[in-house]
Design a protein around this ligand. Structure first.
Ligand SMILES: C[S@@+](CC[C@H](N)C(=O)[O-])C[C@H]1O[C@@H](n2cnc3c(N)ncnc32)[C@H](O)[C@@H]1O
Length: 311
């Protein structure tokens, strides 16, 4: 049995979303044993940060958020390239600087009518706190970050580099991006596949794409326990107020690997909460535990949707 790269210095993807696992990639990578002969399956792809950093040879990458899938398909097919992104962001960024927030909202309206991936990228990188949130009708509804100068040359270059990095990560690989429900994705898993699951945390960030109920979480646990593939499941384990009894209830006999990190709960530096995240591993997917992963002191921004009005 081989293991995934034991140490990865994670890179950030072009798209932002709350619950992004960039800081957990090292824990995920060092926890999983997998020979790479089947497919890396992610039913909850999100920003794709885990797949892009692990860079398996064969992958099935799925999410119900068709905008994420369309962006990565565009990068894969070559319709979204670094130079195209640069040209687009330079042009729209100059207009944002000139017109201010009305241009952000014009792009948001255009995106909600037409759904173009480059508009999606623009919104993801200039909305409030890099949030990803959609209203009941599926319209992107995050307000502007209020920085008309947002697309400075350094940020445009950074995003272009992230797009190019994503393209290189999937270049020559057998990756399939699909917009579909997790049940379909997991039902198609076969022996030899590794399913990495990062579902929405119940009760948090609820929106058009991220509503996840207790029943759905229970269905997911049952589907994973019954799958022919190996699996790794990310979830939160505890903070100083609460413990996630879902993990104790469904997976008491499975291997767990944990990591704590801090996140901000307000504007002040002192307002920080510690959260322990867990990766639960099916028997064949559990790499031997290594050195404990260091608690990451770097604060993460908090994305509480309740702080935002539903614009
Ligand atoms: C916690 S996020 C994944 C974050 C990702 N690992 C990352 O680091 O960016 C959960 C994802 O599940 C997706 N999702 C929600 N409900 C789903 C469903 N029923 N089937 C498939 N994907 C779903 C959401 O669109 C969201 O992208």
């Amino acid at each position: 049995m081989t293991f995934l790269p034991r140490s990865i210095v994670p890179k950030a993807p072009p798209i932002k979303t709350q619950g992004i696992k960039t800081k957990l990639v090292p824990l995920i990578a060092r926890s999983i044993a997998w020979d790479g002969k089947g497919r890396w399956i992610e039913p909850f792809l999100g920003s794709a940060v885990v797949a892009l950093n692990i860079a398996p040879q064969r992958a099935l990458l799925a999410d119900t958020n068709e905008h994420m899938i369309a962006l990565y398909r565009g990068i894969q097919e070559g319709s979204i390239t670094g130079p195209a992104v640069r040209k687009f962001l330079e042009r729209e960024g100059a207009e944002l600087l000139d017109k201010g927030e009305s241009h952000y909202y014009a792009i948001r309206d255009r995106f909600n009518e037409q759904g173009a991936p480059l508009d999606f990228l623009f919104l993801s990188r200039s909305c409030f706190n890099g949030m990803m949130r959609f209203n009941k009708k599926g319209g992107f509804n995050v307000p502007f970050c209020r920085k008309p100068e947002r697309f400075r040359p350094a940020l445009v270059t950074k995003i272009v580099n992230q797009v190019e990095w994503a393209r290189r990560a999937m270049d020559g690989k057998d990756w399939e991006f699909v917009a579909q429900d997790w049940r379909i994705t997991i039902a198609g898993a076969r022996s030899g596949d590794l399913i990495y699951c990062d579902p929405p945390y119940v009760g948090r960030h609820t929106d058009y794409y991220n509503g996840f109920t207790d029943e759905e979480s229970d269905d997911l646990a049952q589907a994973l326990i019954g799958t022919d593939g190996s699996f790794a499941l990310s979830n939160w384990l505890e903070n100083k107020y609460r413990r996630n009894d879902y993990v104790d209830r469904w997976f008491p006999d499975y291997a767990w690997r944990t990591m704590s990190h801090f996140y901000h709960v307000g504007p002040q530096e002192a307002l920080r909460n510690e959260m322990t995240e867990v990766v639960i591993l099916s028997p064949c997917a559990a790499a031997p535990p290594g050195e404990p992963v260091q608690a990451d002191e770097a604060p993460l921004p908090l994305f509480e949707t309740s702080e935002l009005s539903d614009v």
